[in-house]
Write a protein that binds this ligand. Structure first.
Ligand SMILES: O=C(O)CCC(=O)C(=O)O
Ligand SMILES: [Fe+2]
Length: 283
C-alpha cells in the first residue's frame, strides 16, 4: 500500500529528499524524465502482461527473462527463448525518438529489462555494462513511484554529488551519454521516500528498462575512464557457449531480466503519444 504518513524521524534521518525535476547538471549529462509516457489503461495492461510472465526467483527481487538477459559472470547478453510481448515493443518504439533518436538503433537490437521491487527492495548503484548495451537506456515505472539515485561514477569521482530523482508512476527515465556511461543509478532498499516534504510509503513498482545491443566492435563510449568493456571482449557469447554459460547469477546479485526484440515484428505505434513538453525542465 502506498500513502503519506508522518515521517518517523529515526527512519527518515539522513534520507535525501527526492527532486521532481531533472536539474541542469543532470540534463546536460543526459538525463530526461518523460512524464505520462504510459496511460493508465496501458499501465494496467502492461502490468497484467508482466504478471502472466514466468518469474525468476533466483535473485533478491523477482525478475523475468525473455529474449536476452544480462549475465553478470560474463558481462554479456545471453539469449533466452521466450519472446517479448508485442506491447513492450510498441512502448519501446514510442520512446525511441526520445532515447535513441528517430532513426536510432538497428532492427533486432532492442532489449528490455523488467524488475519488480516490493517495498524494502532496491537495486545497488551500478553502471549498466558498456559491453552489453549501447547508448541510451529507458526505465519505465509501472505501479508505484520511487526515488532513484544518480551519481557520477564514485570510484573515479569521490564525493560527486548524489542526485535523488522521483520517478512518478507511468514516467520514463532516459539516460544517455554520460548519464548512461559514467553515472551510477540505484534505488535504496527501504520502505519509503521523501517527496514534497512528505514520507511516501513505497508500493510495488515494476520497471521496464529498454536498451539496445551495442554496435559490433569496441565500445563506442567516449568515457574511457569509466569503460568496463575491453575492445576485444565479445558483446554476445559465441553460439557454442550459449547453453548454460553466463548463467551463474548468484542469489541476491542485481542481475536483470533482459527482453530482446530480436527479429520480432514491430506492430503499429502505441496508443499514448509521448508528450514532447513532458521532459522535466531544469530546477
Ligand atoms: O528499475 C529501474 O528503474 C532500473 C533498473 C536497472 O537499473 C537495471 O535493470 O539495470
Ligand atoms: Fe541499470
Amino acid at each position: 500500500m502506498t500513502g503519506l504518513q508522518t515521517p518517523p524521524q529515526d527512519i527518515i534521518r539522513g534520507v535525501r529528499p527526492a527532486q521532481r525535476a531533472v536539474n541542469a547538471t543532470l540534463q546536460s549529462d543526459g538525463v530526461r524524465l518523460v512524464l505520462d509516457a504510459v496511460s493508465e489503461d496501458e499501465e494496467t495492461d502492461l502490468l497484467a502482461l508482466v504478471d502472466e510472465g514466468r518469474w525468476d526467483r533466483s535473485l533478491s527481487r523477482r525478475v523475468q527473462h525473455y529474449g536476452h538477459r544480462f549475465a553478470y559472470s560474463t558481462k554479456t547478453c545471453v539469449p533466452v527463448a521466450e519472446p517479448p510481448p508485442p506491447a513492450f515493443i510498441r512502448l519501446a518504439e514510442r520512446i525511441r525518438p526520445v532515447c535513441w533518436g528517430a532513426d536510432g538503433g538497428r532492427d533486432g537490437d532492442l532489449q528490455c529489462t523488467v524488475n519488480e521491487y516490493l517495498p524494502g527492495q532496491g537495486i545497488s548503484p551500478h553502471i549498466d555494462a558498456h559491453g552489453a548495451f549501447g547508448d541510451g537506456l529507458v526505465a519505465v515505472t509501472l505501479g508505484a513511484g520511487c526515488a532513484i539515485r544518480l551519481q557520477r561514477n564514485r570510484r573515479h569521482e569521490a564525493g560527486a554529488p548524489i542526485h535523488t530523482l522521483w520517478l512518478p508512476p507511468r514516467s520514463a527515465l532516459v539516460l544517455s551519454g554520460a548519464a548512461r556511461y559514467v553515472y551510477t543509478h540505484g534505488i535504496v532498499s527501504r520502505k519509503g521516500d521523501l517527496v514534497d516534504g512528505e514520507w511516501r510509503l513505497r508500493g510495488r513498482r515494476v520497471s521496464l528498462t529498454f536498451r539496445r545491443l551495442p554496435p559490433p566492435g569496441p565500445c563506442a563510449c567516449s568515457f574511457p575512464e569509466s569503460c568496463d568493456a575491453s575492445g576485444t571482449a565479445p558483446k554476445l557469447l559465441p553460439t557454442r557457449l550459449r547453453g548454460s554459460a553466463g548463467g551463474a547469477e548468484p542469489r541476491g546479485c542485481d542481475a536483470k531480466k533482459t527482453v530482446c526484440a530480436s527479429r520480432v515484428n514491430i506492430p503499429g505505434r502505441g496508443r499514448t503519444p509521448i508528450k514532447s513538453g513532458a521532459v522535466a525542465p531544469p530546477l
